[in-house]
Design a protein around this ligand. Structure first.
Ligand code: AMP
Length: 423
């Protein structure tokens, strides 16, 4: 199956070829025909599956084909609402890429920055608007944005919208959009509240479900280091100093933790930057740009801030903390296995995180191979067995954990040194 087989028009084919996509991803294969036929879509899929192109390409194509009939030149005809600024920027960038030869214009609005540049862009007129909910409502109230010409509406990452408390904003937005429209609704998970919300937005949708968990997990070479909480900083420095890696994304569960890692690495002259919700939008964008263009080799992120981070050539993801939600693990490691690429993911697991590890392994349907020979492994035994540091107890400890050791590990016959050299 090629993009041409999906009846994509030449100007978009040309742009897609330039970006280097040779074949559509599964979600694109399934969604594009549905969307080009004008039907509503309920997509159960998350970032990393190629879902942005799955909705952006058919929207651009329909706007392009309708452009002669359109008397409402440069009025906003497509609205994409997404929870975070990073995602909004990324989606708009994708529209720009795929629409490069169509003359279809887009812009993006999001909070946390002054609105001047955004209202200027809106005044010039655009066909497509990508927005986060708060700033969208704000600019609507001020009269800069009208939704009365919308014929395509996309609600992206609906489950995160609800998690982030945007439900009221979404309701306010929906009532302002014309009823006659094509609606697209994307969510990685489909709990009852999301199904109910989708019912309010969609007519009789076609459904597409892409479960990336297994696929992502299979593409990425994973390992887990059992390590005490107190030795995590030492292990991190040890790994970063001993390996040549071009770009590392480190996940921290908390903003405070992310800042601490930056300071820690700074002390050993490893340049790192953090992105999280307490940083200004400008600081986040700057840190991301430095990381993307290679000025900073190490970026530390919290999960929310990392949504939408899309870095080619990302060589390594480190989970400094394991996430308590298993899907988040898949999402994190998927950063290094984008589309058809493969990558490497290392996780640190302290005693308190072992339950998270079990849940993750259940979700991905495989045991993550453990690296048991590292300089700080005994600290963990000591932490768990402070009263008995005997060799005998340690042996008992490792035999309890050995279920993880090298199972499913394609490198199990390689020496430790060789297997570490993989990244
Ligand atoms: P998304 O799920 O939209 O965030 O896309 C994930 C990544 O896949 C992005 O880096 C896209 O540029 C890339 N991508 C999307 N579609 C394709 C494709 N057909 N072939 C290769 N890469 C793609």
């Amino acid at each position: 199956m090629t993009f041409k087989d999906l009846k994509i028009i030449d100007p978009i084919l040309k742009a897609v070829a330039e970006v280097g996509y040779t074949h559509p991803t599964p979600i694109q294969e399934q969604s594009i025909p549905i969307l080009l036929s004008g039907k509503d879509l309920l997509g159960c899929a998350q970032t990393g599956t190629g879902k942005t192109a799955a909705f952006a390409i058919p929207i651009i194509q329909q706007l392009y084909n309708n452009r002669q009939q359109n008397t409402n030149y440069r009025k906003i005809k497509a609205l994409i609402v997404t929870p975070t600024r990073e995602l909004a920027i990324q989606i708009a960038d994708n529209f720009t890429l795929y629409g490069k030869y169509t003359g279809i214009k887009n812009t993006v609005v999001f909070g946390g920055v002054k609105q001047g540049a955004q209202t200027q862009a809106l005044k010039k007129g655009v066909d497509i608007l990508v927005a986060t909910p708060g700033r969208l409502l704000d600019l609507m109230q001020q009269g800069y944005i009208s939704l009365s010409d919308i014929s395509f509406f996309v609600l992206d990452e609906a489950d995160h919208m609800l998690d982030m408390g945007f439900i009221h904003d979404i309701r306010k937005i929906i009532v302002k959009i014309p009823v006659k429209r094509q609606s697209l609704f994307f969510s990685a998970t489909m709990p009852q509240a999301i199904v109910a919300l989708s019912g309010k937005i969609l007519g009789h949708p076609e459904k597409v479900t892409i479960r990336p968990e297994q696929a992502t997990a299979e593409k990425v070479t994973q390992s887990v280091y059992f390590v005490s909480k107190k030795s995590k900083p030492k292990l991190l420095i040890h790994l970063l100093q001993n390996e040549t890696v071009s770009s590392v994304l480190i996940f921290s569960r908390t903003k405070h933790g992310a800042n601490k890692i930056v300071k820690l690495l700074d002390k050993v002259s490893i340049k790192a930057e953090a992105i999280h919700g307490n940083k200004s939008q400008t600081a986040r964008q700057k840190a991301l740009a430095n990381f993307k263009n290679g000025d900073t080799a190490v970026l530390i992120a919290t999960d929310i801030a990392a949504r939408g981070i899309d870095v080619e050539e990302l060589s390594l993801v480190i989970n400094y903390d394991l996430p308590n939600i298993s899907e988040t693990y898949v999402h994190r490691i998927g950063r290094t296995g984008r589309a058809n690429a493969s990558g490497i993911a290392i996780s640190f697991c302290d005693n308190e995180e072992k339950a998270f590890l079990r849940d993750i392994q259940k979700l991905i349907g495989q045991n993550i191979p453990a690296v048991l020979e590292h300089p700080f492994m005994n600290d963990m035994v000591d932490e768990q067995l402070p009263e008995a540091k005997s060799k005998h107890k340690k042996q008992q400890f490792w035999s309890k954990n050995k279920g993880n050791k090298n199972r499913n590990n394609p490198n199990k016959n390689k020496s430790q040194h060789q297997s570490r050299k993989r990244y």
